[in-house]
Design a protein around this ligand. Structure first.
Ligand code: PMV
Length: 344
């Protein structure tokens, strides 16, 4: 072995959604997410003498099992950064990776997986020696973005922005940054019950979905809406304003899925039980006044967000009323997390 590095990096859930991009992974609109805590990927990158003539001599294992299917995305990522990390094509690379969330649980692992890998590559790279801590994470975010857009936000804890938004100082399309604006503390301890409606790979990848925003009849209106929502969210999050923030979060989730349903070709990633769960969440809120609101990523699963103070009541509701609509009754209790951890 010549060198190695190991990182744990979390997944994230967007409140303002990124959907649509320009070449080189430049987002069509800014986004904001919470970094998660319980859902993460641990990745170790090991360098040894190169054995093959291939441009990139590498293999990848997920929980000990060789995963050929993951290699094209990783190779594309290496190709995007090799001019800055030339060691990638000078050595043999072994990538050992494992997820904290159940295999094929329907939780997207690209944000946690690509951010963990970007952090490993940067830790080994010569560049690392000349970077301040802030610059290290900025570069890791930039590289992670080239692997998967949402991965750019996973290199930081708390609330994270990616994409240029004029009222957020320093915000950029090339990398994510933690949100510096004042955020009420109750949002930084938010709970997220991840309700697993569907287990397994989804029908349409987010790469295809982003592509369908090109020429989409509602694209410009959607990008303008996301920009407006950025301002609203940042203002509302200064106070607790749970109801207004929740309303905005649900509006974003439904706008994302509305874009999918109105693409050409159209598609639906929600399932009947996604809609059933949403309906039950709305009834629960009406009956209890507890500010529990949902968001969705590009899939059928539902993220149910609530303030820490209501965690027990919401979990009881999930157990008693929602589990019949979940795959094998499964859900994950998560919360806002602190960001990646270097393990080696
Ligand atoms: O990073 P990608 O290409 O998997 O796209 C993620 C898109 C959403 O999860 C739907 C929204 C987001 O901002 O994370």
């Amino acid at each position: 072995m010549i060198a190695s590095s190991k990182w744990r990096s979390p997944s994230n859930i967007a409140l303002i959604k990124y959907w649509g991009k320009y070449p080189h992974q430049i987002p069509a609109n800014p986004s904001i997410s919470f970094t998660l805590d319980a859902c993460y990927t641990e990745t170790e990158l090991i360098l040894s003498e190169k054995k093959s003539e291939a441009q990139f001599d590498f293999d990848l294992w997920l929980e000990g099992e060789a995963k050929e299917g993951f290699k094209p995305k990783v190779e594309q990522f290496f190709r995007a950064i090799v001019h800055e990390a030339p060691f990638l094509n000078q050595y043999r690379l072994e990538i050992h990776t494992a997820n904290s969330f159940p295999h094929s649980s329907g939780i997207a692992s690209s944000a946690s997986g690509l951010s963990a890998l970007a952090l490993c590559v940067l830790s080994i790279s010569n560049l690392n020696r000349s970077l301040t801590k802030a610059d290290f994470y900025r570069k890791a975010s930039e590289w992670a973005r080239l692997g998967s857009g949402s991965a750019s936000r996973s290199v930081y804890g708390g609330l994270v922005n990616w994409g240029r938004y004029e009222d957020l100082e320093g915000s950029a399309d090339a990398y994510a940054l933690p949100v510096k604006a004042h955020i009420h503390k109750d949002f930084l301890t938010y709970r997220d019950f991840i309700l697993l409606v569907e287990i397994g790979a989804k029908g349409v990848s987010s790469t295809v979905g982003h592509g369908l925003m090109k020429g989409h009849p509602y694209a410009e209106a959607r990008f303008a809406q996301a920009n407006r929502h950025m301002g609203h969210l940042l203002r509302l999050m200064q106070g607790p304003n749970f109801e207004e923030v929740g309303y905005l979060i649900e509006q974003e989730a439904l706008a994302l899925h509305a874009m999918m349903m109105t693409s050409d070709p159209y598609f639906i990633l929600m399932r009947a039980n996604t809609v059933k769960v949403i309906d039950l969440i709305w009834q629960f809120r009406k009956n209890t006044d507890i500010p529990a609101y949902f968001t969705l990523d590009a899939g059928a699963n539902v993220h149910l967000l609530c303030p820490e103070a209501h965690e027990q009541a919401v979990q009881k509701f999930v157990e008693q009323e929602l589990t019949p609509y979940l795959n094998q009754g499964k859900y994950i209790c998560d919360r806002v997390g602190q960001g990646p951890v270097k393990l080696k």
